[in-house]
Design a binder for this molecule. Structure first.
Ligand SMILES: N[C@@H](CCC(=O)N[C@@H](CS)C(=O)NCC(=O)O)C(=O)O
Length: 339
């Protein structure tokens, strides 16, 4: 099986996330020589990946679908990493490549670092522009504004940035990355530490979200996107596979209602493919699931149940409006009572 970032970076006693290697930014002023431009770049994601999911949600909320096209990889990597086996002939129809690594090598011949999604590829040159997952969504929100849809929300409002950044750091450390640290811990101590930090932070957010609809301010922001990407995977993957099992998300009433509220908001649940998520984690991380058996559960129908969070007020899109439905070619399988 392929080596994942998690495997290749797992230290004897601690899970280390490798820093993004290609940190160029795509900006309005082209300061890194990558100008914001419609119909030029391709956003390559796995629907399994929480970091990529953030970029897909931001793109949906901001209405950037027409500006930057989407390529979805097979959820199962092989020894050459993420591949386009879902596409006819096993090649991305726009880039003409079979593996995302080809765009990394086009950018830097001889590159031997990690290959990861999300990745933004410059379609004309077929070169990777950036794989800086922490910056991609912030730049969608603040640099791609000329290409936003009418009614796009402000996902990174200037007056709230300090609060958003501070919260995001804590959520990254203890939750987004915390679940990986628990799952890939190689010692009891490291696991215990990650588990303790994870649930302490979830308890804190449970409290915070019991009186407010969204994490910061009264509208959806970058912080909600980041937390959602982990929460939506929690019961399906992290609870069992990563041993984050003090309780399920469905047992934390405010967080569960908050996650459902977002899931049912256009731009969130319509980006989530539970089949890709489950197959990726359970089949690729062979060292923690040697049989590679993918569990049947959990029952997903609760994601569509009423959340009653409107009672807390809040204006999901601020002065803006929700996005329309996703393009036909980007639809994910709906939740049914069978899954
Ligand atoms: N680029 C970052 C974050 C993005 C990331 O970790 N993406 C995962 C998928 S969730 C990935 O592509 N890992 C490489 C692999 O699994 O082969 C990193 O290298 O740590």
């Amino acid at each position: 099986m392929p080596k994942t970032t998690a495997e290749t970076t797992a230290q004897p006693a601690e899970f280390k996330r490798s820093p993004a290697h290609f940190t160029d930014r795509i900006t309005a002023d082209a300061r890194d020589a990558w100008p914001v431009e419609a119909d030029r770049y391709r956003l390559v994601v796995s629907r399994a990946c929480p970091w990529a999911n953030r970029a897909v949600i931001s793109r949906r909320l901001l209405g950037l679908e027409d500006a930057i096209s989407l390529a979805v990889t097979d959820p199962i990597q092989d020894e050459k990493s993420w591949r386009f086996t879902l596409d006819p002939g096993g090649r991305d129809p726009v880039l003409g490549i079979a593996y995302i690594s080809e765009a990394y090598y086009a950018r830097e011949p001889g590159y031997d670092g990690g290959i990861s999604v999300p990745a933004i590829v410059d379609a004309p040159s077929k070169k990777l522009a950036t794989n800086d997952y922490l910056q991609i969504t912030l730049d969608f929100a603040t640099e791609w504004t000329a290409l936003h849809r009418d009614g796009a929300p402000d996902l990174y409002p200037e007056p709230l940035r300090a609060e958003i950044d501070e919260l995001n750091d804590a959520v990254f450390r203890d939750i987004n990355n915390g679940v990986y640290q628990a799952g890939f811990a190689a010692t009891q101590q490291r696991y215990d530490d990650a588990y303790t930090r994870l649930f302490a932070r979830l308890d804190e957010l449970e409290e915070r979200l019991s009186t407010r609809r969204y994490l910061v301010g009264d509208t959806i922001t970058e912080s909600d996107i980041r937390l959602f990407a982990t929460l939506v995977r929690f019961d399906a993957v992290y609870h069992g596979h990563f041993k984050c099992n003090r309780n399920k998300l469905t047992e934390m009433s405010a967080l569960w209602a908050y996650a459902r509220d977002l899931f049912q908001t256009p731009g969130f649940g319509d980006t989530v493919d539970f089949d890709h998520i489950k197959r990726h984690y359970y089949q690729v991380h062979e060292q923690i699931n040697p049989t590679r058996i993918v569990p049947r559960g959990p029952d997903l129908s609760g994601w569509l149940s009423p959340h009653h969070r409107e009672q807390l007020g809040g204006r999901p899109f601020g002065d803006g409006t929700p996005p329309g439905p996703p393009p036909e070619s980007e639809r994910v399988p709906p939740i049914t009572s069978a899954n």
